[in-house]
Write a protein that binds this ligand. Structure first.
Ligand SMILES: Cc1cc2nc3c(=O)[nH]c(=O)nc-3n(C[C@H](O)[C@H](O)[C@H](O)COP(=O)(O)OP(=O)(O)OC[C@H]3O[C@@H](n4cnc5c(N)ncnc54)[C@H](O)[C@@H]3O)c2cc1C
Length: 385
């Protein structure tokens, strides 16, 4: 029988929820994590690419139980078929099995002391005197009220918790990239490289990815925005050309207009996709969610110890995560808006320019000379400068 009062309640049991509850529990407060599904980590809504930095933040060594491949770079394909290869930086990392990883993270959190309720859906927040002080949840047909000093919303892109707490949440569909992905068997790809394909025919205002998982298995998916056809229609058109067999299909959304304006209020914090803490250019949200959720767990625990879960205290969470990744996300929003304006011709021209340059030694003069020959690129560059 679970207690009906905790120091911290975390709603959502995937990356954001498990990280926040892990670090809150490590700080010696009572934590309950609530997940509406019967199993943590399933269904997967992810291409499963993650940076080494995410594991450093978690202070966990990547385990061979969930690491499928290690990639050292990326091949980027322009609409005209031109290919640019890139090694290191954000293109370097791991392809993991998130079904296993997400559950292992929840196990780590449980070992640190977190109680976990599965198949329990949070239907509302308990709010008294304008302060969030618990949740109303439904478990196997029964409605229960569970009280806490702080609630952390880690309930993903379709978050209701932020809205219940009176915080502006992600609602506008044009700010959400719609994604579809198959896990395919029998696909011939370079096991050490990610593949990205760009172009209005393949993935308008987005891209198609192939992430190798080893042994001829890969995640092949795409994200798009502002189209009449669905993501799955674009994906099926691409996949029909391959002689490969799907063993899994995932559909999901990625918030791509940057973080929401405010991520805290009295007794409440919001993390991960629910807070828009995703890189708007790449759509990658694992490392950013982990960074922010760790801070949320630690600040929530500190607030319990200080007996102060006011918005004034919890604001520390927002200051810290913005200091950590705020600037990167703001720049990414700018670059995404710029990328939205590129047509296929611009992308081909950019690819040709990069292909013919020594990347390490590109000068401002050579960029200006190149842009001068392409009026649309010049217009875009002038707008962002
Ligand atoms: C197709 C696709 C591919 C992607 N590929 C990558 C990639 O390769 N690399 C990368 O870094 N990022 C990728 N991302 C983004 C990444 O998956 C997310 O940013 C990350 O999973 C966000 O984690 P989260 O914990 O905030 O939210 P989620 O993973 O959405 O978890 C939210 C959890 O809350 C639970 N929940 C929701 N409502 C309630 C409720 N009322 N009560 C109880 N529980 C609730 C849900 O069941 C879910 O388990 C991808 C996203 C998509 C859609």
């Amino acid at each position: 029988m679970k207690k009906l009062k905790y120091d911290v309640i975390v709603v959502g049991g995937r990356i954001g929820g498990s990280t926040a509850s892990l670090f809150a529990s490590k700080s010696d407060v009572d934590v309950l994590m609530i997940e509406k599904r019967q199993e943590i980590g399933s269904p997967v809504q992810c291409a499963e690419g993650v940076t080494y930095g995410a594991f450093e933040t978690l202070e966990i060594e990547p385990s061979e139980r969930y690491v499928r491949t290690r990639v050292k770079g990326a091949h980027i394909h322009a609409p005209d078929g031109r290919r640019i290869s890139y090694e290191g930086g954000i293109a370097q990392g791991l392809i993991i099995d998130r079904k296993i990883f997400d559950k292992e993270l929840a196990i780590e959190s449980a070992k640190a002391g977190t109680d976990i309720m599965l198949k329990t859906s949070v239907k509302d927040l308990i709010i008294k005197d304008h302060k969030v002080c618990g949740v109303v949840a439904k478990h196997l047909g029964k409605t229960i009220e569970i009280h806490s000093d702080v609630v952390i919303g880690a309930d993903g892109v379709e978050s209701n918790m932020a809205r219940y707490a009176g915080i502006e949440a992600y609602r506008d569909p044009k700010n959400i990239a719609s994604c579809a992905q198959y896990e395919l068997v029998g696909i011939d790809v370079d096991p050490e490289y990610l593949e990205f394909y760009f172009g209005s025919k393949i993935a308008p205002k987005g891209y198609l990815w192939i992430f190798p998982k080893g042994d001829g298995v890969a995640n092949v998916g795409l994200g798009i925005r502002g189209t009449v056809d669905n993501a799955i229609d674009y994906l099926n058109r691409y996949v029909s050309k391959l002689d490969a067999t799907p063993v899994e299909l995932n559909i999901g959304g990625v918030p791509v207009s940057g973080p929401i304006e405010k991520t805290y209020t009295d007794g409440f914090l919001v993390v991960g996709d629910a807070a828009g803490q995703v890189d708007p250019i790449t759509g990658g949200g694992i490392h950013t969610t982990i960074s922010c959720a760790r801070i949320a767990g630690e600040v929530a625990a500190e607030s319990v110890k200080m007996e102060d879960s006011s918005a004034q205290f919890l604001k520390n969470y927002e200051s810290k995560w913005r200091q950590d990744i705020g600037k990167t996300l703001d720049n990414s929003v700018k670059y995404r808006k710029m990328a939205d304006k590129l047509n296929d011709k611009d992308m081909n021209a950019l690819a040709e320019f990069i292909e013919t340059q020594d990347i390490e030694a590109i000068s401002k003069i050579s960029v200006l000379k190149f842009v001068g020959k392409h009026p649309n690129l010049m217009k875009i560059l002038t707008e962002i400068l």
